[in-house]
Design a protein around this ligand. Sequence first.
Ligand SMILES: [Zn+2]
Length: 423
Amino acid sequence: MRHVQPMIIDNVRIFDGKRTLSRGSVECADGVITRVTADSAPRTAASASTDVIDGAGRTLLPGLIDAHTHVFGAASNLEMALAFGVTTELDMFMGPPDATEALCTLAGERHDLADMRSAGLLASAPGGHPGVTMPDLPTVPGPEQADAFVAARQAEGAHFIKIMVDDGAHHGMSLPALDRATVTALAAAARRRGLRTVAHVAALWSARLALDSGVDMLTHLPLDAALDDAFVSRTADENRVVIPTLVMLEMSKTVRSACTGRSLADDPQIAGHLPEHARTAIAEGDEGLCIEEASPGHHFTHALSSVHRLHRAGVPVLAGTDANYRPDRACPVVHGASLHAELALLVAAGLTPAEALTAATSAPAAHFGLADRGVIAPGRRADLVLVQGDPTKDIRRTRSIEAIWRGGVRFDREAYAKRAAAS
Ligand SMILES: [Zn+2]
């Protein structure tokens, strides 16, 4: 790999992915963290070539991981993500497969983009959502075809398997959905092949179906009701993981005032680094679900209560945005910036700020098998974010970004802001 200047971040509060060290130093060489020292222990003497950064009054975080995005083949989305401290995106549906593989390779090499992993093509029912508008998307007619589907995705380089359990109701349609036998077969095939499964569930019936089928992770949450105690304790007992995507669910409200996600457009710490098209998308873009008017009884608050209950029961909750913005599509959940709203919403749902930070760092790394990142510890990648103040006390401090490193290489945030302003 290319030579990266050694670096020491000194005299800094460290949130290592799980715990907070009130003051210490972090040393990196060749893009990897080599030493983490508490204040009382002497750090290595810096050589003349070492970049020494004074972290007084600041907090060092592991690079943030967004556990649910859609990159849509746009490297610019990965650049926007990195500009807000998101060093890894987990893409939940992208095609065609050769383009997905090429972008994953590119993202692995370029230090000015967030790294990515992808599900590639998702599993859905013939004639169902979203394949009804994508005739080339392979579908899964029944349990007999599940193993071949998973094998094909694995051959294409998919890092995990995304399963759509949706009848199109949120889009005003009534479409065929994958049944329990088929989802069970998909989950079993993936497990045999060493791949994790993530099921899209946005209604109570689909969440139940996913739980009954043995899927590893549920993403989104029902809006028609909060999850009840029986559901929540089963989710905990069976070691499932949830990626709520609160910022996307909240954006689907028709009433746009007092919306945490929309308010990003007016936050100077965010808006100053956004391309104008993305800023307008956040303020005015349409998510397309419009849950609270179109569907009686559907409320965003149900999802907040579910997160509260799941977290209290010990179910791992991962920060994911469902970012689906791209430059030609003004969807309001943009890459990078939206993760800061997701963190605030997780705190609103009852996580402490430190628990919310875990949900965006060490927890997604652990549950997606990314053993080289998500934690500030020797041997891990030097994916780091330096912020002013203490986000373990006030989650909004994640937005006061001073510096971002990906693999030990500092991202030129000022140049990105200038380019964004000129766009
Ligand atoms: Zn999604």
